[in-house]
Design a binder for this molecule. Sequence first.
Ligand code: HEC
Ligand code: HEC
Ligand code: HEC
Ligand code: HEC
Ligand code: HEC
Length: 211
Amino acid sequence: MNGPRSPARFATEPLSRSAHMSKRVFIGTATVAALALSVFALTRPSDAQQAGAPVPPVATLDTAALKGPKQPILFRHDIHAGQLKMQCQYCHYSVNVSSEPGIPSMQTCMGCHSAVGGTTDAHRAEIKKLRDAWTAKKPIEWVRIHAVARHVRFPHSRHIKALGNNACATCHGNVARMPQVYKVNNVNNMGWCINCHLERKVTRDCTACHY
Ligand code: HEC
Ligand code: HEC
Ligand code: HEC
Ligand code: HEC
Ligand code: HEC
């Protein structure tokens, strides 16, 4: 819980992820607000229409056919990270500095969505779920997709430092093109870890990865 920024924990943090809470880093309200404002200034909805490749509105997406677990709100990475070109680290802010990348709190979302209500009926319907949850102070219970077993240590920050800031795609695939996140690599397969460690001449000592 001791992050490099503020250790304050939001009441809005998802409950379903509480198992991982002890490992997660939280940042303070002021920091979130400042970040949100600076990015919001760069990504006003009017600019957003021009940035990146056009993506289909929810209404024309076959949501039932999307890969990956269905989330309580259809939060589209292809819109936020793709079309709006938001940096992964804007939301997964602790990925460089801690073992856990962190899932953003509702506060991060509301930095924009108290103003951005959506331009299509389908977008408005999904954003309304976010706003209702915010008003009710009811955390969004995002379904976790990648999780290694408790006996395994996976330090995200070490990997990002070694593989570079754009390394996310090496392990997670091109998330910026995904309407809904799905698992591209089986992170619960030791062979996957070992293959890369072998290739890159990194340790294969059991105790490096196992508690
Ligand atoms: C506007 C905030 C935001 C941005 C920007 C963002 N994400 Fe996310 N990300 C989320 C939220 C919220 C979730 C949880 C819901 C979901 O899985 O879609 C998530 C989930 C994920 C997951 C799945 C986590 C799990 O449960 O295993 C991965 C992987 C991920 N993001 C990678 C990325 C990458 C890579 C980028 C940049 C290309 C990125 N994200 C940009 C908000 C964001
Ligand atoms: C930097 C500003 C910004 C932040 C931060 C942000 N969004 Fe958005 N979001 C937008 C814009 C702009 C749109 C496009 C609205 C439109 O044109 O309909 C959008 C669209 C959406 C939509 C409708 C399209 C879709 O993805 O299904 C949802 C739902 C949504 N956002 C949820 C979230 C959630 C949840 C978070 C926090 C994890 C978040 N947003 C963070 C700016 C932002
Ligand atoms: C070397 C492979 C690798 C790279 C590179 C990588 N990840 Fe991950 N990611 C994983 C693994 C493995 C997990 C599961 C970790 C766990 O359970 O502790 C994971 C989990 C996640 C989660 C879910 C964690 C949570 O707290 O719910 C998010 C979000 C995520 N990664 C985002 C990112 C982003 C953003 C980047 C790039 C900045 C990135 N990852 C780079 C392998 C990687
Ligand atoms: C795409 C390549 C790649 C994949 C996949 C990968 N790693 Fe790594 N890993 C690296 C690199 C490169 C380093 C070296 C980082 C450094 O030098 O600090 C590293 C370092 C580590 C370390 C630190 C080792 C030490 O010296 O203390 C651990 C622990 C680790 N990885 C665990 C894992 C686990 C667990 C998985 C699978 C869930 C995994 N890695 C998957 C590339 C990878
Ligand atoms: C680079 C990281 C890494 C190294 C090195 C490593 N492992 Fe693993 N190991 C993993 C991962 C990841 C899993 C899958 C965990 C999961 O199910 O999420 C795993 C799973 C296992 C399992 C299966 C446990 C289960 O949950 O069923 C055993 C046993 C195991 N490892 C033993 C070893 C031994 C012995 C060594 C040394 C020779 C070793 N591991 C080295 C990452 C590693």
